[in-house]
Design a protein around this ligand. Structure first.
Ligand code: NAG
Ligand code: NAG
Ligand code: NAG
Ligand code: NAG
Ligand code: NAG
Ligand code: NAG
Length: 488
């Protein structure tokens, strides 16, 4: 386990002895013991300390939350550890981000800003009283709407992206360097995650203020055993979606844009902007954010699970495709319930498919964990090796596990049926009139297992005809014939 409390305390001891220490991993589990020590020191307002050290520097966030406290000199060592997480001594995109145990990356500034609003509200804070800030909902302003308003304004003017991309850490066991997977926007996925977490945890703290070390430990699942279920952080998209409707987000962004009209640097940018254009930006910002981060599921990118490169030259698909094929992996036979076990299963399947089967890459387009996440196999763009004879016609989605006699968890079922597939249709990867099949309908195999095959017959788009096979008693799984059933 990365970065235990003992390791951080050791680092602290090393620092106070003036010895050159290894840099602190950019991991949530580095943060918890720092919070715990600050709480033990009775530091009254940890989120405002985070602001003093570099969080929440944007004009509205500053105006809503007020001036941060002064930093004493010399800077206490604990604060320096926190400062290191907020302002790493690197030139990379790791700026103020930490890796969570569920494999997602979280920006600390919007997270702590939301937490600060929650704690203030718990003490009866009515929100900012000065115009124009009093029109804002403080929680949404400091986490997401200032970022959304600014990002969509910039994107409109510069013709750049307003959201994303995701990124990857150099080493998930000792995360130091973070690299974005594409051109940066003002809201890379880590900022969106931090904003959603800030809203969720701020809401929670307003009702029930608890020490942050305890709240973060349980929310992010730090020190959880592998078997104790996926942490709340893996459900942030769903939970944010139940809290925030797209219409409400649009209203909040619209109010924010009126505030941004009066402030530099956005004042200059908005001089030429008409009321209709402004309303249009609010509408698009809310719709696109909700579509990308709530309507669609998170997909763990290849570089996060430690994929080897594709061998040879991938063949492109021509989306939208007409089909989706459901598989189970059979081996690994146990559903994976944490980022570390799912990532390990991905690597072992890729190894088997490349080295034993002689394929170019892991066969599936996407793999479904029972940790709340999808994992990128060949993805939306490249032909897979999952359903012999049909690989150019559809995407192959494989559940990690043996679902002959039991079903995936309801959440893992919903992840594909209610999130991935509708998202793929809206995004134009799948035809509106797509058909859904079990692997066994196309190839002589028992995949995706009797139980899962029974289940998918009630899914939208399921097509009963084709080469549907009856399930014969005593039939063995045809591992060699089934393209993407895997022996590790
Ligand atoms: C940053 O790293 C350089 C080289 O490792 C070192 O000389 C410098 O003191 C570091 N700065 C901070 C603020 O830690
Ligand atoms: C977009 O343009 C603004 C000024 O018009 C500039 O400050 C900003 O850096 C630009 N952003 C990107 C991502 O190019
Ligand atoms: C992070 O990346 C930079 C630039 O690629 C490199 O110089 C540095 O050594 C890396 N740091 C670590 C801890 O890997
Ligand atoms: C898969 O599950 C079935 C039914 O429980 C069982 O008979 C079979 O041995 C399992 N196979 C593997 C590889 O786990
Ligand atoms: C599905 O939709 C596509 C494009 O709209 C169309 O070309 C295709 O014929 C349709 N297929 C069926 C089976 O209706
Ligand atoms: C399907 O596989 C089973 C078991 O491996 C085999 O006995 C059967 O002959 C195969 N059927 C066809 C049509 O290939």
């Amino acid at each position: 386990m990365c970065c235990s409390a003992a390791a951080v305390l050791l680092l602290l001891a090393v620092l106070s002895a003036g010895i050159q220490a290894a840099p602190l991993p950019h991991h949530v589990s580095s943060l918890i013991p720092i919070l715990q020590s600050l709480e033990a020191d009775d530091i009254p307002n940890i989120p405002s300390l985070v602001r003093a050290l570099g969080g929440c520097k944007t004009p509205v966030c500053h105006a809503v939350l007020g001036d941060p406290p002064p930093i004493p000199t010399p800077i206490p060592e604990l604060w320096m550890l926190l400062a290191h997480l907020l302002n790493p001594n690197t030139t990379t995109a790791a700026h103020g981000m930490v890796l969570a145990p569920d494999g997602s990356t979280v920006a600390l500034a919007p997270l702590f800003a939301g937490v600060e609003v929650g704690l203030k509200r718990a003490e009866g804070w009515p929100g900012p009283i000065d115009q124009p800030y009093s029109d804002l909902d403080a929680l949404y302003a400091v986490t997401i709407t200032e970022a959304l308003g600014t990002s969509f304004l910039m994107a409109q003017l510069n013709g750049t992206a307003a959201l994303g991309p995701d990124g990857c850490w150099d080493d998930v066991d000792n995360p130091q360097n973070f690299t974005l997977l594409g051109p940066p926007s003002l809201i890379p996925d880590a900022v969106a995650n931090g904003a959603m977490d800030g809203v969720l945890l701020g809401t929670r703290l307003a009702e029930d203020p608890v020490p942050l070390s305890i709240l973060f430990r349980s929310y992010y699942g730090v020190d959880n055993g592998i078997t104790s279920g996926s942490p709340h952080s893996s459900r942030r998209r769903r939970d944010f979606g139940s809290l925030m409707a797209v219409g409400k987000l649009e209203e909040e962004v619209a109010v924010m844009l009126r505030v941004l009209r009066g402030l530099p640097p956005t004042r200059e940018l908005m001089e030429e902007l008409g009321e209709e254009e402004e309303a249009d930006i609010a509408r698009r910002a809310a719709q696109e954010f909700m579509e990308v981060y709530v309507g669609c599921p998170a997909i763990i990118p290849r570089c996060m699970w430690g994929a080897r490169p594709y061998r040879g030259t991938p063949r492109p698909l021509s989306p939208p495709l007409g089909s989706i094929y459901i598989h189970h992996t059979f081996v690994p036979s146990a559903p994976c319930r944490s980022f570390s076990t799912c990532a390990r299963d991905m690597r072992s399947m890729q190894l088997f498919h490349q080295d034993t089967r002689g394929w170019d890459d892991i066969g599936y387009s996407f793999v479904v964990g029972s940790d709340g996440y999808l994992y990128q196999g060949r993805g939306w763009h490249w032909v897979g090796a999952h359903t012999r004879g049909h690989n150019t016609k559809g995407y192959g989605v494989g559940y990690v596990g043996n679902f002959s006699a039991s079903l995936p968890d309801p959440e893992a079922i919903a992840l594909v049926r209610d999130a991935l597939i509708p998202c793929a249709v809206r995004a134009g990867w799948l035809h509106q009139n797509y058909t859904l099949h079990g692997h066994r309908q196309m190839v002589n195999t028992s995949c995706p297992g009797d139980a899962l095959f029974q289940e998918i017959q009630s899914w939208h788009g399921f097509k009963g005809c084709g080469r549907a096979r009856s399930i014969r008693a005593g039939r063995t799984d045809n591992i060699i014939g089934a393209e993407a059933e895997v022996r590790v």
